[in-house]
Design a protein around this ligand. Structure first.
Ligand SMILES: Cc1cc2nc3c(=O)[nH]c(=O)nc-3n(C[C@H](O)[C@H](O)[C@H](O)COP(=O)(O)OP(=O)(O)OC[C@H]3O[C@@H](n4cnc5c(N)ncnc54)[C@H](O)[C@@H]3O)c2cc1C
Length: 358
């Protein structure tokens, strides 16, 4: 996967959204694969919009695509106001397990599209959106697992891991952040992922699809061991300069570019204990950090960094995970900075669309 900034910008420049609306749910659909760069704050939703609008002028040819980008801002705005680690709107119904199904972990469900998709996640850090929905539905609605630990499993492996998009999408599928649980049958999987599987536990008409009890195949579960192997610090402080802080959610190489500063990638072990990421994801993130000249790693708590940088101004970007940082706070580049969080996504989208069409 590309990690060089110029090559990332080239992906945005070259993205053709004309077929997006009709093809995005298919395995071979023309999706952008931009989410790892947006999640990690290398580029913003606004930057993608600005690039496409320079090219197309009118919003209409790429409206569906921008609507998807708006989902990310919507989830982030909800996260700013609400704890997303717990069932959001209502308690998850029919929960029988709080671990993770072994057959899913081993990509051994006997459903080709799903097993291949899980292996692709392990190999590449990517999973197609529709497949994420199928997997979350199989785990929560067919296996009757609470969404939280399974969401952490997916987050651990995803290059685009974004806890708001992740937790709130799992909750959307599990019915704790939506009006009903999401389920899809084998015919649907075959159609979108070009397979011919039959006689699986999904191979039923919709009337008989939702099981009252967990599917037998999914009942063996195990606790997950998810650990982050953080690198060594290489930080050497210049006390005469301010500190510009980067995190796994802010790796924007253009931010405060002209400022003479200590550029510090803060990695707090306590954060990664709670929200672990795989070695593969960590390597990807560290490579993205190479776009920022003289970026140094500080592996330790923020309090320790404060102790070493007393009297130096800290600059940081707003993010719900980093509410404890102190100093000069900068806003993120939202699609529509003036549109606040709304009660539903479509209320939010209508306001954003109006704003972007001005
Ligand atoms: C169970 C589940 C877990 C998910 N976990 C994450 C996650 O950890 N991180 C993450 O970035 N996305 C997550 N998503 C959302 C979505 O799957 C990915 O953003 C998308 O697949 C990324 O691929 P893409 O860039 O090719 O998307 P495209 O289809 O090209 O979409 C363009 C952009 O729109 C945004 N977007 C698209 N769909 C969604 C969505 N449903 N929610 C929020 N933003 C969206 C992303 O920024 C994406 O890059 C999850 C979805 C589900 C159903």
């Amino acid at each position: 996967m590309v990690t060089n900034y110029e090559e990332i910008v080239a992906i945005v420049d070259q993205f053709d959204p004309s077929n997006y609306r009709h093809s995005r749910n298919f395995k071979s659909g023309s999706v952008s694969r931009l989410s790892p760069y947006i999640s990690r704050g290398v580029i913003s939703t606004r930057f993608v919009f600005d690039t496409l609008s320079k090219k197309f002028g009118d919003l209409a040819p790429f409206e569906k695509f921008i609507q998807e980008l708006a989902w990310r801002d919507h989830w982030q705005l909800i996260w700013q106001q609400t704890e997303v680690d717990h069932d959001l709107k209502r308690a998850q119904e029919d929960v029988k397990f709080h671990e993770f199904p072994i057959k899913v972990k081993d990509a051994d469900l006997g459903i080709i599209a799903i097993d291949d998709g899980i292996n692709e996640l392990y190999d590449t850090g990517y999973m197609h959106n529709h497949l994420r929905m199928y997997v979350a539905s199989i785990v929560c609605n067919f296996g009757k697992y609470h969404w939280k630990i399974p969401a952490q499993w997916m987050y651990y492996h995803l290059f685009d891991g974004d806890w708001a998009s992740n937790a709130l999408s799992w909750q959307w599928v599990a019915g704790t952040n939506s009006n009903k649980k999401y389920i899809a049958n084998q015919e649907n999987v075959n159609k979108y992922f070009n397979t011919n599987d039959a006689n699986t536990f999904l191979d039923k008409p919709y009337e008989n699809l939702y099981p009252k009890e967990p599917i037998e195949l999914l009942t063996s579960s195990s606790a997950l061991v998810l650990e982050t192997n953080l690198p060594q610090s290489n930080y050497s402080n210049n006390p005469d300069l301010p500190v510009v802080l980067y995190t796994t959610y802010n790796l924007d190489p253009n931010w405060l570019k002209g400022l003479n500063a200590n550029r510090v990638f803060l990695m707090e072990p306590s954060h990664f204990e709670k929200y672990p990421i795989s070695n593969q994801v960590l390597d990807f993130i560290l490579k993205l950090g190479e776009n920022i000249p003289r970026l140094q790693l500080f592996v330790g708590s923020y309090e320790e960094l404060c102790g070493q940088t007393k009297g130096q101004t800290h600059h940081f970007k707003e993010h719900p995970f980093y509410g404890h940082l102190k100093g000069l706070k900068y806003e993120r580049d939202w699609l529509s900075p003036n549109v606040e969080v709304q009660a539903s996504f479509f209320k939010f989208w209508n306001k954003v669309k109006k704003d972007l069409s001005k």
